[in-house]
Design a protein. Structure first.
Length: 138
């Protein structure tokens, strides 16, 4: 991968060297609050954080503090520790340079067309062949 300009580095080195840190990890014990006050403090001043993986992998209060203090330049979140936010969006009130989206990464036009086509194919299999695909329940 070195010929592509990609190298493996230790997590702390990644934090101190990166201009943008984008999370794409599952929420498991080892990734709970992976990005927190400590890891945010290690990031370069002016860095950007993106969380498009799972809520709970990023400490939202620590992120809000890092943005308010000016340590981070910006952040974007498509996932939250609690969904829907149910009033927790107040946590983000007055936080500069923060973009929030409602966890709709799969709601693109292309994704919706694929879902519709798959549903139509499954209905056809049932009506034509009597085959039930992806059955839920007994």
């Amino acid at each position: 991968l070195k010929n592509l300009g990609i190298e493996s580095v230790a997590f702390d080195d990644l934090l101190t060297q990166s201009d943008v840190v984008s999370l794409h990890v599952p929420l498991v014990a080892g990734t709970q609050n992976l990005i927190n006050a400590d890891t945010l403090s290690k990031m370069k001043k002016g860095a950007i954080v993106v969380n498009a993986s799972r809520g709970g992998t990023l400490d939202e209060e620590a992120l809000a503090s890092a943005l308010k203090s000016g340590h981070l330049r910006a952040a974007a979140l498509d996932v939250f520790s609690e969904e829907p936010l149910n009033g927790r969006e107040k946590l983000f009130g007055g936080v500069p340079n923060l973009v929030l989206s409602p966890h709709i990464g799969a709601s693109t036009e292309d994704a919706q067309v694929r879902v519709a086509v798959q549903a139509a194919e499954q209905i056809e299999k049932f009506l034509v062949d009597g085959q039930v695909v992806n059955r839920v329940g007994g």
